[in-house]
Design a protein around this ligand. Structure first.
Ligand code: SF4
Ligand code: ZN
Length: 311
């Protein structure tokens, strides 16, 4: 807690200190700064058109519930209707049930429609089964789950007639993903990470990340200051591999040199901006098994299902 006055309104009760900018902010000005930053990010990258129908991918965690809350308010101020929540039930006993309850209650309180889809109904198995079926621990639980979740969110969004999917990826997530793609040599994915979404003939859904320029710790603080409910328990199958090491490394750098995350993010923007049209230069294909868009003959979801089925 800082004792310095708020630099915006001069209130003496500042609650947040931003090491990278030197600002100290009271609760009201801090909350406004996050909402304003989100609005400006949407506008800067032309993330939304007026007639868009927006689905917000919600997990029950602090980031996604904060995004739903902020977008609802932005939409109300802009007279553009209400976003729809889409929630994925991975089928993880004693873990997902709690977050589904939190999301349901939160959406009911905000009068937001919540569409729930499950791995079981879409892929014939839940995560508890996937863990038993995977041929080896080398297939990480989170990479299988991530592949299924992206598809599940797309299907849920399409089923409610949305043409835009908003996810709560924050600035830290962007940095981690960039580093992972660099290490894996996956240049194409670096291009896809640019905030101005790439349009593709076969893609009907546009993906946007309105929190992509906000530090993760500020979203946590936003959720706390707003008193938003969120799940704090970790998934029992969490296996983030190298992501955790990258997160720790970048957090140490930021602590010692405040603002380094922004510097890195700005460099990523320049790199991804040069690469973002790259996918349009490769042939868009359809998966020969499920018919959905894919960069190869068989999409990652169908490949994963066929490997799981082999055990
Ligand atoms: Fe899925 Fe991993 Fe998240 Fe658990 S932690 S829900 S396995 S992505
Ligand atoms: Zn497929």
């Amino acid at each position: 807690m800082s004792q310095k006055p708020c630099v915006k309104c001069q209130s003496t009760t500042s609650v947040y200190s931003r090491p990278y900018s030197g600002e100290t902010l009271c609760k009201k000005c801090f909350l406004f700064s996050i909402e304003d930053k989100t609005r400006k990010t949407i506008s800067k990258y032309s993330m939304l058109q007026h007639d868009d129908r927006v689905a917000v991918a919600v997990s029950g965690g602090k980031d996604s519930l904060s995004l739903l809350y902020v977008l609802k308010n932005i939409f109300e101020m802009g007279h553009r209707g209400t976003p729809i929540a889409v929630t994925v039930d991975e089928g993880i006993k004693n873990y997902r049930d709690e977050s589904l309850e939190i999301v349901n209650q939160f959406c009911a309180d905000l009068r937001i429609e919540n569409k729930i889809v499950s791995y079981k109904e879409l892929f014939g198995r839940d995560m508890d089964q996937v863990i038993l079926e995977r041929p080896s621990d080398k297939m990480s639980s989170c990479s299988i789950c991530g592949t299924f979740r992206r598809r599940a969110i797309d299907l849920a969004a399409e089923s409610v007639g949305a043409n835009v999917v908003a996810t709560a990826h924050n600035l830290d997530d962007q940095l981690h993903t960039f580093m992972i793609n660099m290490i894996a040599g996956d240049v194409q994915r670096i291009g896809w990470s640019h905030p101005q979404s790439v349009t593709n003939k076969l893609h009907t859904l546009r993906k946007i990340k309105p929190f992509c320029e906000i530090y993760e710790q500020e979203i946590v603080f936003y959720a706390l200051m707003r008193g938003l409910p969120f799940q704090t328990e970790d998934c029992p199958y969490m296996n983030e591999g190298i992501r955790t090491q990258i997160r720790d490394f970048i957090n140490v750098l930021e602590r010692e040199r405040p603002g380094i995350k922004y510097n890195l993010y700005n460099s990523i923007l320049k790199i991804s901006s040069n690469l973002k049209t790259f996918p349009n230069r490769v042939d868009s294909k359809r998966c020969s098994t499920c018919g959905r868009m894919s960069t190869s003959n068989i999409c990652s979801v169908c490949k994963t299902i066929s490997v799981l089925g082999r055990k």
